[in-house]
Design a protein around this ligand. Structure first.
Ligand SMILES: Cc1ncc(COP(=O)(O)O)c(C=O)c1O
Length: 376
C-alpha cells in the first residue's frame, strides 16, 4: 500500500528517503531471514558487525575519504561534541579558536570555554544585535587566528541562520597550514562533494542528512589524535575519548544500533542516487528555486548575503508579521509541513535536505507564488 505523505521541511529530525522507510518496514520483524529485528540483535554478533562495518565503509566511500581519515559513530549529538572536541584536543595545548557565525557556533564557543582558552577569531554578530546579525561568514582575511592554537572551529552550516561555507577557509592563505580545522557539519554533510583533505575533524548529529537522531558521526584524521593531540584531558569520559572509540571500532559500549542500520540504508540509497555529486546538483537546483523566487519578489525576503546562503536551510521573511499564521496554515493544508522559523530568528524556514525531492520544493514555490498573489 502506498501512502501519500506530505512534504516535511523540518530542520531535524528531518524527512528520510521513502525507499529507506519502506525497506526498514519490510525488514522490521526479520532482518534478511534472521528472525530478528535489527533492534533485537547483539552489537557484538556477526549480523550487526556486517551492518555496522558496511555503514562505515559506505560513508567513507560516499565522502571520498582518504586512508588517513576515520569514521566514528558516537552518541550525544553535536551538542556533546561541543565538549568532546575540546576534551580530546586541549590536553597539551589549551588554546582553541572559534569563528562565530550564529546560534550553533555560539553554543560550541560557550561549551569549549569550560575546557580551554577560547578565542573568537571573527564574529558576524552586529554591534547592535539586529536583523543584520549573522547573515554572513566574516571574510577570511579579517580573521585573527592564533598560530599556536590547538585547532580552529567553524560551523559549516548554521541551520537556524541559514549561513553556509561553500568552501572551507584556505588555511594556507592565513599562513596557518598546519592549524587543524574542525567543522560542525551537522546540517550539510553529504549534501554535495566536499574536500576532506584539509579537514582535521568533522562531526554532527545524524538526524538531518543521515538518519535518525541518537547517532553522532565523527570524521577525523588519524594524525590529529596520534600526533597532534595524542591524549585527552583526564576528565574526558572513556566513551568520549576518540582514541578509545577508534581502537574499538566505535563499539566501546553499546552503540545506537537501529540508527546505524537506518543510516546504512540511507547510504545505500545515496549511492543509488549517484552519490554526493548527483545530490549536489539536485540540492543546488532545489535551493535555487526558492532563492530565485525570494530575489524576484518584493514580498519575501532573505537576510543572508548571497555568497553565504545555505543550500540546506533557507530562512525567509514576510513583509507583515500578521501574515505568518495564514502562511503556515495554508501550507499545512497543502501538505507542506514544518515551515515555521526557529524562535531565535522568527520568520519561516524551509529545510531542503537530501531526502526532500525536487517535487516537494516545486510544490513549496508554487504555494509561495499563490500566497504572494493573494496577500501581496
Ligand atoms: C549546526 C548544528 N550544530 C549543532 C546542533 C545540535 O545538535 P544535536 O541536537 O545533535 O546535539 C544542531 C542541531 O540542529 C545543528 O543544526
Amino acid at each position: 500500500m502506498t501512502i501519500k505523505r506530505p512534504y516535511n521541511f523540518a530542520p531535524g529530525p528531518a524527512a528520510l528517503p521513502e525507499p529507506v522507510l519502506e525497506k526498514a518496514s519490510q525488514e522490521m520483524l526479520s532482518w534478511r531471514g534472521s528472525g530478528m529485528s535489527v533492534m533485537e540483535m547483539t552489537h557484538r554478533g556477526p549480523l550487526f558487525a556486517d551492518i555496522h562495518d558496511r555503514a562505515i565503509a559506505d560513508l567513507k566511500s560516499l565522502l571520498g575519504l582518504g586512508s588517513d581519515h576515520e569514521v566514528l559513530f558516537m552518541q550525544g549529538g553535536a551538542t556533546a561534541q561541543n565538549a568532546i572536541v575540546p576534551m580530546n584536543l586541549l590536553a597539551q595545548n589549551v588554546k582553541a579558536d572559534y569563528v562565530h557565525t550564529g546560534h550553533w557556533s555560539a553554543k560550541s564557543i560557550a561549551e569549549a570555554k569550560k575546557y580551554g582558552d577560547v578565542h573568537v577569531v571573527a564574529s558576524a554578530e552586529a554591534e547592535q544585535s539586529d536583523a543584520a546579525s549573522f547573515g554572513y561568514v566574516p571574510p577570511v582575511e579579517q580573521w585573527q587566528p592564533r598560530a599556536d592554537a590547538a585547532y580552529l572551529h567553524i560551523c559549516g552550516n548554521e541551520t537556524i541562520g541559514g549561513v553556509e561555507y561553500h568552501q572551507w577557509p584556505d588555511m594556507n592563505s592565513l599562513g596557518l597550514g598546519s592549524l587543524p580545522l574542525v567543522v560542525d557539519m551537522s546540517s550539510h554533510i553529504l549534501s554535495r562533494p566536499m574536500n576532506f583533505d584539509s579537514l582535521a575533524l568533522a562531526y554532527g548529529g545524524a538526524q538531518k542528512n543521515i538518519g535518525p537522531s541518537g547517532l553522532t558521526f565523527v570524521i577525523l584524521k588519524r594524525s590529529l589524535i596520534e600526533e597532534h593531540a595524542p591524549k585527552a584531558l583526564p576528565i574526558c569520559p572513556s566513551v568520549f575519548d576518540y582514541r578509545k572509540v577508534l581502537e574499538n571500532n566505535s563499539l566501546l559500549n553499546t552503540p545506537s544500533t537501529f540508527a546505524i542500520y537506518i543510516a546504512g540504508l540511507v547510504f545505500e540509497w545515496l549511492k543509488d542516487q549517484g552519490g554526493v555529486e548527483a545530490m549536489g546538483q539536485v540540492n543546488a537546483t532545489k535551493a535555487g528555486l526558492v532563492y530565485d523566487l525570494i530575489d524576484q519578489s518584493s514580498f519575501y525576503s532573505s537576510r543572508v548575503r548571497k555568497a553565504n546562503r545555505s543550500f540546506m536551510n533557507i530562512p525567509f521573511f514576510l513583509p507583515d508579521d500578521r501574515l505568518y499564521e495564514p502562511f503556515l496554515k495554508g501550507a499545512q493544508a497543502e501538505g507542506l509541513l514544518n515551515l515555521k522559523g526557529h524562535k531565535a530568528v522568527g520568520g519561516l524556514r524551509a529545510s531542503l535536505y537530501n531526502a526532500m525531492p525536487l517535487e516537494g520544493v516545486e510544490a513549496l514555490v508554487a504555494y509561495m507564488r499563490r500566497f504572494e498573489k493573494e496577500q501581496g
